[in-house]
Write a protein that binds this ligand. Structure first.
Ligand code: GLA
Ligand code: ZN
Length: 667
């Protein structure tokens, strides 16, 4: 298994490189990501490329028997380029043109960037094409941000023309009859920014007056950056067609439609920087989301900090065992490689206090280094055993970037509606039940799953309702939440009553939605208990569905809060309000058991259970996220891979605080 991280030798003299390589070997590190932010050194001016220093580093790494993940350095452009070609600089949403500085600073629609970034990638690929220890290419770094410059505006018009063909279709999709915003010419269309359709409201939120154009800007900008990735991808493939190409993603990053991106990437990799108080299920969700991008195939953990993340408000130390636990959690969810940012701590600029394998002390005698080396030994011990292992999920959860953008641009019904909250409500409950889920996109098939959950499915793209209907009719179990089935892909409301094109499938009509301000709650009874109804209460009529619970208070007391509709061979559930984890657990437990989905294994609260399966066997991961000792009663015979001992069926396995057990099922 590959184990390593970002290494920036360009910041250090050669003696240090040699010492670093010695230390890396001591920690069982076998791969380094090189050349992430090195453009200015590689291209000192317009005509010259200088690879001498990188050649030396590459050679040293090779002679030390290590693999390279070679980055293209295009995540930050050189200062001379910005001075000479200011079109490469981005423009803020308030119209201010940026100067040179920072990183991820290039306008993706700048012709300068589109010329010189792929050119550098090509030069690198040409130079190192015969260098056989390149394990992967790493294009740019954490693509993201926005630009509102004139070039982007022009490119946006081209993008719209390709999508809509006629200006009439643009007007229809953007609903420009409202406020008389009708366009007669493509050139009248401007970017939706703070000088046009956007504004900052009293709570500091950026809002839009026209959701249609704002949604299309999101799609357009995600596509613009993706085109830049693809230009570099193609340039690299001309020289090294067999080396896989990736870029490091950021999991729940709202700006880019990663489901679309993954189709252009050879494999998915991502950077995991959870806040110290993040619930383990939120981290698990990110891994599963990333795994889901490319047909549930394994991914690479491209970055994580070995200790502190210095850009968070507090550089809280990862407690002893925590880095190890988070690393195995990644593997348990499908990571086939574990990497850090960074190998050696820099001495200047804004990341000098960020965690590193080798810190400012400069030697191996630190807690962080010892923990890194211990993990290295463990990874070495299991070798390639888990590689290509898949998660046997029978349930799926739908995640859709378009819907995320749309539901949070929505002007009403509640500022408290957050897509990720709604998704995590269900994900966390399934996690607590030890039922793994695949995170799927609207393009993925539903048939492989016995249950499908579609939280906050506000936007139902044309035709998707048909997919859901077919799935349930053939025996599937579908869970739909409040504020669903409202609009199409242009954020235009489906008339004829909510939940629009899903009304027939769900067997209900939602007449009104009551948004509850913070602190106000209703309640409903279901499964013999009273549960809170929070955030939004859908006032629902039954049209063939059965009520599983009804509101208890206010003028709509007695109206259904939770319903189920038998449709064909399957069941379509509707949860018309937001409740708490206790409810979601009880609810999903019933949905899953009715769908014939069993938990992976029984385990006490705080212990995460994951399974990976490959041709070599079935592996059970037990991860104790708590500070207490936990015990799991094993349901079959297992071999523990690190201890090298066998546990019998019905034997207890003890996990110390933050403990990890890697078990192979004995056939
Ligand atoms: C990101 C970047 C790295 C580094 C780390 C620090 O993930 O990709 O270059 O800045 O953050 O946490
Ligand atoms: Zn731009």
């Amino acid at each position: 298994m590959l184990y390593g991280g970002d290494y920036n030798p360009e910041q250090w003299p050669r003696e240090v490189w040699e010492e670093d390589l010695r230390l890396m070997a001591q920690a069982q590190i076998n791969i380094v990501t090189l050349n992430v932010f090195n453009w200015a050194a590689l291209q000192p001016d317009e005509e010259t490329y200088d690879f001498s220093k990188l050649d030396a580093v590459m050679e040293l790494v090779r002679t030390n028997g290590m693999k390279v993940c070679l980055a293209t350095s295009t995540g930050a452009h050189p200062a001379w380029m910005a001075k000479r070609y200011p079109d490469i600089l981005r423009t803020e949403k308030d119209g201010r043109k940026r100067k040179f500085g920072g990183r991820h600073n290039s306008c993706p629609n700048s012709l300068t960037y589109r010329k010189y970034a792929p050119k550098l990638a090509a030069e690198l690929a040409k130079r190192y094409q015969d260098y056989e220890n390149i394990a992967a290419w790493h294009v740019s770094n954490e693509y993201g941000g926005e630009c509102y410059c004139e070039n982007c505006e022009k490119a946006f018009r081209v993008w719209l023309k390709q999508k809509y063909k006629t200006i009439e279709e643009v007007n229809r999709s953007f609903y420009t009859a409202f406020w008389g915003h009708t366009f007669y010419d493509w050139d009248e269309i401007v970017l939706p920014d703070l000088l046009s359709e956007h504004f900052i409201d009293d709570t500091g939120r950026e809002r839009t007056m026209f959701q249609g154009i704002s949604l299309d800007y999101k799609r357009f900008f995600s596509d613009s950056l993706l085109e830049c990735f693809r230009l570099e991808y193609d340039a690299i493939k001309r020289y090294t067609p067999d080396v896989p190409v990736t870029t490091n993603l950021m999991a729940v990053y709202k700006g880019l439609d990663y489901q679309k991106w993954a189709r252009s990437m050879d494999f998915v990799s991502w950077d995991n920087y959870p806040a110290p108080d993040a619930h383990p299920s939120a981290v698990a969700f990110c891994h599963d989301l990333m795994r889901g991008l490319d047909g549930q195939k394994p991914f690479v953990l491209m970055e994580q900090t070995p200790s502190v993340t210095n850009w968070l408000p507090y550089s809280r130390l990862k407690r002893p065992g925590e880095m190890r636990l988070l690393s195995w959690q990644a593997v348990a969810h499908g990571a086939d490689a574990v990497q850090f940012f960074q190998i050696r701590r820099s001495i200047g600029a804004c990341e000098k206090y960020h965690g590193a394998v080798i810190d400012h002390a400069g030697h191996a005698d630190t807690r962080v280094f010892r923990e890194t080396a211990q993990l290295g030994r463990e990874l070495e011990q299991v070798g390639g055993l888990f590689l290509d292992g898949r998660t046997p999920a029978k349930a799926a959860l739908l995640f859709d970037w378009d819907n995320w953008w749309a539901v949070e641009y929505s002007a009403g019904p509640s500022v408290r509606i957050k897509y990720l909250d709604a998704v995590l409500d269900y994900y966390q409950a399934a996690y607590a039940l030890h039922v793994p889920m695949d995170i799927i996109s609207t393009q993925d098939a539903l048939e492989p799953y016995q249950a499908v959950i579609t939280p906050l499915l506000y936007m139902v793209k044309r035709g998707y309702e048909k997919k859901l209907q077919d799935y349930v009719r053939q025996g599937g179990n579908l869970v739909v939440s409040y504020f669903s089935g409202i609009v199409d892909e242009h954020d235009l409301v489906d008339t004829g009553g909510y939940p629009g094109r899903m009304r027939d499938l769900l067997g209900i009509w939602v007449e009104e939605c009551d948004a509850l301000p913070q602190g106000e709650q209703n309640a409903f009874s279901c499964f013999g208990r009273r549960h809170p109804a929070d955030l939004l209460c859908d006032l629902t009529h039954l049209e063939g569905a059965r009520a599983l619970g009804a509101y208890e208070e206010d003028f709509y007391a007695g109206m259904p809060a939770v319903t189920v509709h038998t449709y064909g061979e399957g069941n379509a559930y509707y949860v018309g309000t937001r409740s708490d984890q206790e409810f979601y657990r009880m609810f999903l437990e019933r949905v899953f058991s009715q769908a014939g989905i069993q938990p992976l294994h029984r385990a006490p609260s705080g212990v995460e259970v994951c399974v990976r399966e490959n041709a070599g066997g079935t592996y059970l991961f037990l991860l104790n996220h708590t500070e207490e000792t936990k015990t799991v009663l094993l349901e079959r015979e297992y071999e523990e891979l690190l201890e090298g001992r066998t546990y019998r069926r019905q034997e207890e396995i003890v996990l110390e605080r933050k403990g990890v057990r890697l078990l192979r099922a004995v056939e």
